[in-house]
Write a protein that binds this ligand. Structure first.
Ligand SMILES: NC(=O)c1ccc[n+]([C@@H]2O[C@H](COP(=O)([O-])OP(=O)(O)OC[C@H]3O[C@@H](n4cnc5c(N)ncnc54)[C@H](O)[C@@H]3O)[C@@H](O)[C@H]2O)c1
Ligand SMILES: O=C(O)[C@H](O)CO
Length: 323
């Protein structure tokens, strides 16, 4: 039997690549450079499966391929807002993602960012490495206590709940959540969380606000100038969701004019390009999209893609089918 042809758009962990090559007629991207829209369109014409990541833009334009050979986009990652849903549907393509296996590690990173921005860890490290540390003193780099404070979580799905567990059970934080749909009382009870009706209700109540909703057009600029204004002047914003969820221009203004206390970002609008103005903000911690970047999660994400592919090619519904 001819093995299905599979294109992998980036380097993946070695053990997963080895399995892909064994099971499929797989082409790996040994250059590890993001594919251009033309390369993506070309791939859709020639491969049975394309395995993209967040760095590939599968826009309406890229998916405008009349005689596509590709029947499945098996995404490496849980967020799939880089794939145009209506176009994928129109082409009859199946789309899968890799939930769960990265939730704990992404929540760890969100907590890392929360602690770093509250305790001014980035500023401290920059000062020390620049050789500007003059020694311990009572007024040096005074941060904010985390324990017992109120954390607002926008998007109470897998990662939002993992974040709440860390904050509540580890740091005694009070949890307030806002989610698109109603959260079951049993789930709220696990962290003694309160669900509010809207983002506008949540923001003024919180000392920290952490974003865990998907990106895409619907959530673009969910956090804008008006909503930043609703936050407490000493509150902190943490974003490990998607860059477009926050209006970066509004955030820069809010940081420059002390509208909020600080922010910590793992994701950026138009990444890896970073607005030069963000680099000037001292009260900002920035990491290069590291949420799921552990050996364990990245391998598990790859094996989850393999599971989805083997279901699909065996004629079964993949466990992680999202489109
Ligand atoms: N930084 C990283 O490396 C990294 C890693 C993994 C995931 N992510 C991002 O995190 C997102 C969440 O992942 P997940 O597995 O928790 O997804 P999930 O589907 O389990 O949870 C998302 C939740 O957000 C809710 N939601 C959607 N829009 C909302 C809105 N406007 N207001 C309030 N709630 C809203 C949904 O109802 C859902 O409960 C992904 O889509 C991805 O973009 C980032
Ligand atoms: O959505 C995801 O899974 C991350 O952003 C990339 O791993």
């Amino acid at each position: 039997m001819v093995k299905p042809s599979v294109l992998v758009t980036r380097r993946w962990p070695a053990a997963v690549e080895a399995q892909l090559v064994e099971n499929y007629n797989a082409v790996l991207n040994t250059r590890d450079k993001p594919m251009s829209p033309t390369e993506i369109r070309d791939a859709l014409k020639h491969y049975d499966a394309v395995l993209p990541t967040v760095t590939d833009t599968l826009s309406a334009e890229a998916l405008d391929v009349p005689a596509a050979q590709t029947k499945i986009l098996a995404n490496y990652g849980v967020g799939y807002s880089h794939i145009c849903e209506p176009s994928a549907r129109e082409l009859g393509m199946t789309v899968t993602n890799t939930p769960d296996v990265l939730s704990e590690c992404t929540a760890d990173l969100a907590m890392t960012l929360l602690l770093m921005v509250a305790r001014r860890a980035g500023e401290g490290e920059r000062e020390l490495r620049a050789g500007h540390w003059t020694g311990w003193r009572p007024t040096h780099l005074i941060g904010t206590k985390v324990s017992g404070k109120t954390l607002g979580i926008i998007g109470f799905g897998r990662i939002g709940q993992a974040m709440a567990r860390r904050a509540h059970h580890g740091f005694g934080m009070k949890i307030v959540v806002q989610n698109r749909s109603r959260v079951s009382p049993d789930v709220l009870k696990l962290c003694n969380a309160t669900q509010v009706e809207s983002v506008d209700d949540l923001l003024p109540r919180c000392d920290f606000v952490s974003l865990h909703c998907p990106g895409g057009a619907t959530n673009r600029h969910l956090i804008n100038a008006r909503r930043l204004d609703l936050m407490k002047p000493d509150a902190f914003l943490i974003n490990t969701a998607r860059g477009e969820v926050v209006d970066e221009f509004a955030l820069i203004q809010a940081l420059m004019f002390d509208v909020i206390g600080g922010a910590a970002l793992d994701v950026f609008d138009g990444e890896p390009r970073i607005s030069p103005d963000l680099l000037q903000c001292d009260k900002l911690v920035m990491l290069p999209h590291l949420g799921s970047a552990t050996r364990e999660s990245r391998e598990a994400m790859g094996f989850r893609v393999l599971d989805n592919l083997s279901d699909f090619f065996a004629g079964r519904t993949p466990r992680d089918q999202v489109i």
